[in-house]
Design a protein around this ligand. Structure first.
Ligand SMILES: [Zn+2]
Ligand SMILES: [Zn+2]
Ligand SMILES: [Zn+2]
Length: 172
């Protein structure tokens, strides 16, 4: 396993080119994230507190099982707890990201979206119709290997999308 450190980003490559990229190193015993309780246990194991707001944020991500913008997450929290301040929600998103529990991604021109860290994946976004395709890390394997060998650069395939033209738009 090799660990690269650049700015605050730490990328860990276990054997077999299965990349895990996170702002903090995920605990090695964190593979089985199935429930909200699993995530909150991870928060506590990483030195964080499992507050009500954090529980609501994580619950919303599980309920949707998809990317959510900060705005959508705030709406989900406010549906359950209208008194939670917006600033608290945003700070909690940052904290949960620091703890390696959630991650954000940029998919095209819209606002950043959040997902549970264990469910990160790459995106192909069409410049013409904005259609987005979720893709597995295996698609980036050759790129990641070459970038590392040639430039010592650890590619994070989850953070930003690859842009281009989808099949339908290319055919037009
Ligand atoms: Zn970003
Ligand atoms: Zn398209
Ligand atoms: Zn996605």
């Amino acid at each position: 396993m090799r660990i690269y450190r650049k700015n605050e980003v730490i990328a860990i490559r276990p054997r077999g080119y299965d990349w895990v990229v996170s702002r903090v190193r995920p605990p090695s015993a964190a593979p089985d994230i199935q429930t909200v309780e699993d995530v909150l246990a991870l928060v506590r194991a990483s030195g964080g507190r499992s507050t009500h707001a954090r529980r609501l944020l994580v619950s919303a991500l599980f309920a949707r099982n998809d990317h959510m913008t900060a705005e959508e997450l705030a709406a989900a929290v406010h549906a359950e707890a209208p008194d939670v301040h917006l600033s608290t929600i945003y700070r909690n998103l940052e904290d949960l990201e620091e703890l390696g529990v959630i991650a954000h991604a940029h998919r095209g021109h819209g606002p950043a979206t959040y997902n549970l860290a264990g469910r990160g994946h790459g995106h192909l976004v069409c410049q013409s119709c904005s259609d987005t395709i979720d893709v597995p890390d295996s698609l980036f394997r050759a790129l990641m290997r070459l970038a590392e060998e040639t430039y010592g650069f650890a590619v994070d395939p989850h953070h930003t999308a690859i842009s281009g033209r989808c099949e339908a738009c290319s055919a037009r």
